[in-house]
Design a protein around this ligand. Structure first.
Ligand code: SF4
Ligand code: SF4
Length: 384
């Protein structure tokens, strides 16, 4: 294995990239006890921290790319090692050496697509608003209340586009004043930042902020918890402050105010999966559940690992773009947990979660009990 530089030098490089908290670790191992990797593989955050503190980081080892930034281990660390920031601080070093080990191989291609077209798929920027074509969704104008920012997955991914459609139909049913940016919208940049590409994150953020400000945007409605996190918690680093609302919050508000009325009974049981960046990172636990409870004849069932203790789907930290072998997929574990509740539907509210759970669902035996994966907007829209 290649060690990138003499030990003391690499310790300084890691510190410069924001990983100075490594030195506080006293190797208790608490992080590994809660990490979802301990259910599927051998990755150890404790070991990664130890190697970094000694300047022994191996950039050819895929381990530096494994953390999904789920947010669980920082909750239990007695020394405030800031595992997410510290772990990400290793990635720019690998990027500098153009070394993308194992599953991280797609990252340079994703970054190139983001630079060229503002999305990770390499799809033309001009097609960003195609999903909205037949729905009568307008471009944002200053007199509108919300800028709706669907994000990259809901704009391009065939499965996720159905969530964008459901969202627009809900907003129209409730008479919400909203518009979109279309091709002027770029990726929020949250996930590419987690791969260590700070320069690209800043470029995307600046493009979006300029587009928001020139159009007089004040309130941004988002579907992706990753966009939510970025707009709300990261864009203020550029002195850009917008009111950011997640779709689950707005739907709950519209239901409470009587602007949305749900009349069609579901007649099924639902279990809700808390996305890491909606729940643990941003504290939005109740609105999606409260909204679902408005659906007639919907029985809500909880998984034992829920809310702050939710089990990551595996898509954060840039992992959504990496190929994870089947036996290492967190989503397989989570899907089994959802099915153990006996629920017929697994609901969530994040395009990364939907993508990963749909993939895992394809691996279920055809003759066994199945489960349907739905975004909460699809359930609410179908109950209108
Ligand atoms: S929980 Fe914190 S102190 Fe304990 S091993 Fe992990 S990083 Fe180190
Ligand atoms: S943030 Fe989550 S995935 Fe990353 S090391 Fe901690 S527990 Fe594991």
């Amino acid at each position: 294995m290649e060690v990138v530089a003499p030990q003391q030098e690499i310790v300084e490089v890691i510190k410069n990239f924001g990983g100075s908290a490594f030195s506080k670790c006293y190797q208790c191992g608490m992080c590994d006890t809660v990490c979802p990797w301990n259910r599927v593989g051998q990755f150890s955050m404790r070991k990664l921290v130890r190697e970094a503190a000694l300047g022994l980081t191996e950039i050819e080892n895929e381990d530096i790319w494994r953390c999904t930034t789920c947010g669980k281990c920082p909750l239990v660390c007695p020394r405030d090692v800031k595992q997410i920031e510290s772990g990400i601080a290793l990635r720019p070093i690998a990027t500098e050496f153009d070394t993308f080990a194992g599953a991280a191989a797609p990252i340079p291609g994703v970054a190139a697509s983001l630079r060229a077209e503002g999305n990770p798929f390499g799809e033309p920027r001009d097609k960003r608003a195609e999903w909205a074509g037949s729905l009568g969704v307008k471009n944002f104008a200053e007199e509108m209340e919300f800028l709706y920012s669907p994000g990259c997955y809901l704009s391009y991914d065939p499965r996720a586009k159905r969530i964008a459609t459901a969202t627009a139909e809900i907003l129209q049913a409730a008479g919400v004043s909203f518009g979109i940016l279309g091709k002027a919208e770029s990726c929020c940049g949250e996930s590419i930042r987690k791969t260590g590409d700070e320069a690209l994150f800043k470029s995307l953020a600046r493009q979006n902020i300029a587009a928001f400000i020139t159009r007089g945007v004040k309130k941004i409605l988002v579907s992706s918890p990753h966009c939510y996190h970025s707009f709300k918690n990261e864009y203020p680093e550029f002195s850009a402050h917008f009111a950011v609302v997640h779709i689950s919050e707005l739907i709950f508000q519209l239901l409470q105010e009587g602007r949305l009325k749900l009349t069609k009974p579901l007649g099924q049981s639902v279990t809700f999966h808390d996305p890491c960046y909606l729940g643990r990172h941003n504290g939005i636990f109740e609105p999606p559940r409260a909204a679902l409870k408005f659906v007639p004849d919907l029985e809500l069932r909880e998984m034992p690992e829920s809310r702050m203790n939710s089990f990551c789907c595996g898509g954060g930290g840039g992992r959504i773009w990496m190929e994870t072998p089947k036996h290492e997929r967190f989503a397989n574990v989570r899907l089994a947990q959802a099915m153990a509740t006996g629920a017929q539907i697994m609901a969530t509210s994040c395009p990364y979660c939907i993508t990963n759970f749909e993939d895992s669902r394809l691996g279920l035996p055809a003759d066994g009990p199945g489960i349907v994966i739905k975004d909460i907007t699809e359930i609410i829209r179908d109950a209108l």
